[in-house]
Design a protein around this ligand. Structure first.
Ligand SMILES: *Cc1c(COP(=O)(O)O)cnc(C)c1O
Length: 382
């Protein structure tokens, strides 16, 4: 007999009282804020703290120039403007991506062009890119999503000879490495988010980084209207500085937990996740760990999520994707079947659990397995 999830039996969730909290406020952050208060730096528009943040971001992410801004969403728009995207241009992006990315292209008056993602994955399929390019294409927006790295080198081989600029969206994956190389170094500019749920957080905030100083300058000219229209404050910088120092250690721990959970998920026939082999010379930066439900499974995604959320597990649906957006708003390339499938079948585990201890991870795996068996059984009965 399979053990029922206790929450379904009317008992308390077995797994946790609730998902672990994020962000974790620690002494280093407290001290940093205290220093900003005592020195009066918190009342200054730009000062020592924002200057140190520029410096630390540049050294951590190995890029020479940066612009701080108010969100990841505006960082994407500033990056697109910085590389020269204008009204009427086309910008290629994945049909499965962060919803705001579509809007950031539209905000410039440019037209989103949708390409498919890889099969059973979440990042752009580089083999679909050539077919997406027209003479109006000025840039391509490539996101590293759910711990999976996009093949930006292959995309660059197509785009560079044609003068098409590459914006790498690193909002979900700061500090991640692909084939030994830091994410954000293969494109023309990298975008970062410091939103409340993100791996580096000031509640709000963002940045763009690039080796192209002129590109950063163009973005800055757009953002500065006598004053900075999309600023990141000194107090936000004070929050971020201590977190940057912990990013690599935390990314390693998150990857360790993520791969352990993914191994367990991959043993369940109707579910799959990332595979360990993809991380041999890469480091995933796991803002979300993806869990894909087999499209042919008898398990219903909404039911599975209800059951597992009742157990206190922070698993939720993935992005809705853009494949159903009106043809007046975008141009589609091919059937987009992988992106449609990703939108229908993806579930995402929120990252805070990944920093907990082995015991919690074992209990999480146990909860996933129990809920899975419970759903399989109830689906068979009905
Ligand atoms: C969160 C996110 C953004 C936007 O960042 P905000 O700070 O929330 O505006 C952009 N792209 C991706 C891939 C994201 O996950």
């Amino acid at each position: 007999m399979n053990q029922l999830p206790l929450a379904i039996q009317g008992g308390a969730p077995t797994f946790l009282a609730g998902p672990p909290k994020w962000p974790v406020a620690d002494d280093a952050i407290g001290k940093s804020i205290d220093q900003a208060l005592v020195s009066g730096e918190w009342g200054i528009y730009e000062g020592e703290l924002t200057a140190r943040l520029h410096q630390q971001l540049q050294s951590e992410f190995q890029l020479d120039h940066s612009l701080l801004c108010s969100s990841g969403t505006i960082s994407v728009e500033l990056a697109l403007r910085g590389v020269g995207v204008k009204a009427g241009d086309e910008v290629v992006l994945s049909a499965y991506d962060f919803p705001g990315n579509f809007r950031s292209i539209e905000a410039i008056g440019a037209v989103p062009v949708l390409v498919d993602v890889v099969a059973n994955g979440w990042v752009m399929d580089h083999e679909k890119v050539v077919a997406a390019i027209s003479k109006e294409t000025s840039a391509i927006l490539v996101s590293h999503l759910h711990g999976q790295a996009a093949e930006v080198d292959a995309i660059a081989e197509i785009c560079r000879p044609r003068g098409i600029k590459i914006v790498e969206d690193v909002c979900q994956s700061p500090g991640g490495r692909h084939q030994g190389k830091m994410l954000g170094l293969r494109g023309d500019v990298a975008t970062f988010s410091f939103g409340g749920s993100k791996l580096l957080t000031a509640g709000r905030g963002g940045a763009i980084l690039s080796n192209d100083e002129a590109m950063i300058q163009r973005a800055k000219i757009f953002a500065h209207r006598g004053n900075d229209a999309f600023p990141l404050s000194q107090i936000q910088a004070a929050l971020l500085l201590p977190q940057l120092k912990k990013l690599q250690v935390r990314n390693q721990r998150r990857q360790q937990s993520a791969l352990k959970i993914a191994d367990a998920v991959n043993r369940l026939s109707a579910l799959s996740s990332v595979t360990r082999s993809a991380y041999e010379d890469s480091t995933g930066s796991f803002y979300k760990l993806p869990v894909l439900l087999d499209a042919n499974s008898s398990i219903d995604r909404a039911t599975f999520l209800d059951v597992i959320q009742a157990e206190g597990v922070a698993l939720d649906i993935g992005f809705r994707g853009f494949a159903k957006r009106s043809k007046r708003r975008c141009r589609r390339v091919g059937s987009l079947s992988n992106a449609i499938s990703a939108a229908e079948n993806t579930m995402l585990l929120h990252h805070p659990i990944l920093l907990t201890d082995d015991d919690q991870i074992e209990r999480l795996i146990d909860a996933i397995e129990r809920c899975y068996r419970y759903c399989l059984n109830t689906c068979l009965e009905t």
